[in-house]
Write a protein that binds this ligand. Structure first.
Ligand code: ZN
Length: 337
């Protein structure tokens, strides 16, 4: 191969790269208009918290009873595993789109999370808790304090982060309820006691974040079977609580929501754009993402992911035309000189 062809190929790869990133944003990134937001959201993912555990969480229970918090049930999709759950909550993509379906996939998420989108809008993000979320989204948090085995001082970390760093988006992710579920079962006294302890931690954090008017979401990746574990797809594992606490925003909550509705809701609360991978619907009553998505897809009768492949296919055709023109002109220039 002559040197000039090699050089041309390198140049082409560079152009291809930049074009792909251009197209990536054309096809996959859309903006929906959000309601005015104070851009302060605290998402508490209590790992392995099933719905009836709320009976042992007096602080949250009272907030709901006194209409100071809104409650509904969030339905986790299959599989009811942590990593798949974090992906659904944070990217809004169902598992068959994200591809993250096992806890053994120690790889970064192939899809942007609400936190990545927040960073791209110059918002400050923070994570306190177990390291698995950090493994999926290693570049998504300005500030992070993670633990490998026990929770350590997750909630105290969160309180100090709120007061010193004042993030726009804070994720707090305690593991102790899930650990108790695995050791003693979701119906055990130990599991209930641990949920009770977390409730008190949430109360302490609530007092702090309230000073800054944070909107708070409390939810979970999955529940727990009566005798521990959460691999069986049953009500105890796929039903989790969804609690929303806000002084300024009211959600119209249906009887149940999907886990993938949380990410677009986070985007609306933060006043940032969503991605087309978010196939759930925002719980804020504003522009419907599915309508906007329809405008971007070519054949609405095909599943969404096929349309994404079609977009990629069209991108490739355009790039091939680009390549032909490029080589044609190179030959033209070469013949002139
Ligand atoms: Zn677990």
């Amino acid at each position: 191969m002559s040197n000039y062809i090699k050089l041309t190929l390198i140049l082409y790869i560079l152009i291809l790269n930049s074009t792909i990133s251009l197209f990536k944003y054309t096809f996959y990134d859309i903006t929906t208009k959000s309601k005015p937001s104070n851009k302060k959201v605290c998402l508490i993912i209590v790992d392995g918290l099933r719905v009836d555990a709320l009976n042992n969480m007096p602080f949250i229970h009272n907030l709901i009873e006194n209409n100071n918090a809104q409650f509904t049930i969030s339905i986790a999709d299959k599989p009811t595993l942590s990593r798949a759950g974090y992906m659904r909550i944070l990217t809004g993509a169902p598992t068959h789109i994200s591809g993250i379906s096992s806890n053994n996939q120690h790889i970064p998420s192939p899809i942007l999370s609400a936190s990545d989108l927040a960073i791209s809008q110059k918002l400050k993000t923070a994570l306190c808790g177990y390291f698995w979320i950090d493994e999926l989204f290693p570049f998504s948090f300005y500030y992070k304090k993670t633990y490998f085995i026990r929770d350590g001082t997750t909630f105290n970390d969160a309180i100090s982060v709120v007061n010193s760093f004042n993030p726009n988006f804070l994720i707090v992710h305690p593991m102790s309820v899930d650990n108790a579920g695995h050791s003693f079962g979701g119906n055990s006294i130990q599991y209930k006691n641990t949920a009770n302890k977390i409730d008190y931690e949430i109360y302490k954090l609530y007092k702090e974040v309230n000073k800054y008017n944070y909107d708070i979401i409390i939810t979970s990746d999955h529940g727990h079977q009566n005798f521990g574990g959460h691999t069986n797809f049953e009500e105890n594992t796929f039903l989790t609580p969804f609690i929303f606490i806000s002084k300024r925003t009211y959600l119209k909550l249906p009887k149940s929501i999907k886990q993938i509705d949380i990410a677009p809701t986070l985007c609306d609360l933060l006043g940032i754009s969503k991605t087309l991978y978010m196939t759930g619907d925002s719980l804020l009553n504003n522009e419907n993402l599915s309508l906007l998505r329809k405008a971007h897809i070519i054949n609405p009768t095909l599943p969404f992911e096929y349309n994404l492949s079609l977009s990629l296919f069209i991108t490739n055709i355009l790039l091939t035309i680009h390549l032909i023109i490029y080589f044609y002109f190179i030959r033209l220039i070469k013949s002139k000189f």
